[in-house]
Design a protein around this ligand. Structure first.
Ligand SMILES: Nc1nc2c(ncn2[C@@H]2O[C@H](COP(=O)(O)OP(=O)(O)OP(=O)(O)O)[C@@H](O)[C@H]2O)c(=O)[nH]1
Ligand SMILES: [Mg+2]
Length: 300
């Protein structure tokens, strides 16, 4: 009998602890977007890794805030909670050097969704510690609480101990056949990922409120004389935000477009044409109909 293992793994935690960076590191390639701004991830996104012995179905989830205002914030909390609800294995990510009140809140809020499944704690960003032993008292305190099945200190950024985490996860996946074809990498379309790569550049390049009031809709995605032609709209909420994004002489939008094009070409492995426009759609983030039409479906 085969002892192949396969199952879903929800990666969850508060915003900005490095969940998406960790998923990319576990997958061995970049699939999901990352940035220094909290609340970068807005959807539940499946990243699939198939090895000889196992199929890992990693679920990236939005950072849990709970109680955030507006339809978008509620969508994000729901997407994360549902990821936790449906997964075979749970990885709770926190960032060194402290386990904060916001981490405790995530644990409290998610408590109702655990249904007795063990939680693996990934203590990320150990590269920030000059002295690795400085972590031992924290690990001892957290272990003593009896909440976590395993505690794995690691660095998603430089890869330290990420393989160890994968080993711990593999040992906890159910023995069963692969659920997806071995060459499938995600449940998301290239069109969806293209919109994400554009939004990633907005998150990385603009400060303050701009990333939070921005969404991207890809209107055209077609093969046109061997080049993939992608056209999209970056929506913001107000005219002033549009002016900031477009920048002096269009420099802001151009920088976003150039960097996003490179990322999409890397992902697709071929040249593309990318056309981007900025439009104002007042109040889109708190309007359920607008959210749906912009790709924020009810459950993800
Ligand atoms: N020093 C260090 N920084 C890291 C590490 N992992 C992630 N980061 C940084 O932390 C920031 C947030 O990373 P993300 O992966 O986007 O975090 P996230 O938890 O997915 O954030 P949300 O999607 O907003 O909830 C980025 O600036 C990353 O480069 C790490 O191991 N070490
Ligand atoms: Mg993320």
């Amino acid at each position: 009998m085969s002892d192949f293992r396969s199952g879903s793994i929800a990666i969850f935690g508060r915003p900005n602890v490095g969940k998406s960076t960790l998923i990319n590191r576990l997958l061995g390639h970049k699939l999901v977007i990352t940035s220094p701004k909290p609340q970068t991830t807005r959807h539940r996104i499946l990243g699939i890794k198939t090895t000889e012995d196992a199929q890992f179905l990693y679920l990236d989830t939005p950072g849990l805030v709970w109680g955030g205002k507006g339809a978008l914030a509620q969508h994000m909390d729901r997407a994360a909670a549902q990821g936790v609800e449906e997964a075979d294995c749970l990885v709770f990510v926190a960032a060194c050097p402290r386990f904060q009140e916001d981490d405790e809140r995530v644990l409290r809020f998610i408590g109702d969704h655990l249904h007795g499944r063990p939680v693996i704690l990934a203590l990320n960003k150990v590269d920030r510690l000059a002295q690795k032993d400085a972590l031992l008292p924290l690990i001892a305190t957290l272990a003593a609480r009896g909440v976590f099945a395993e505690i794995v200190p690691l660095s998603a950024r430089d890869g330290t101990n990420v393989e160890a985490l994968e080993g711990v996860i593999a040992s906890r996946l159910p023995v069963r056949e692969a659920l997806y074809p071995s060459d499938q990498l995600s449940d998301r379309s290239d069109r969806f990922l293209a919109a994400e790569f554009v939004r990633e550049q907005v998150c990385r390049r603009f400060s303050q409120e701009i990333p939070y009031v921005t969404t991207v809709d890809i209107e055209t995605f077609k093969v046109d004389k061997k080049v993939i032609r992608i056209e999209g709209v970056i929506y913001v909420e107000k005219e002033g935000q549009k002016a900031i994004l477009v920048g002096q002489g269009g420099a802001g939008l151009k920088a976003v477009g150039t960097a996003a094009r490179r990322e999409i070409e890397r992902h697709l492995g071929q040249k593309i044409y990318l056309g981007l426009w900025v439009k104002v759609r007042s109040g889109w983030s708190d309007d359920l109909r607008a959210l749906r039409s912009l790709g924020y479906a009810g459950d993800n």
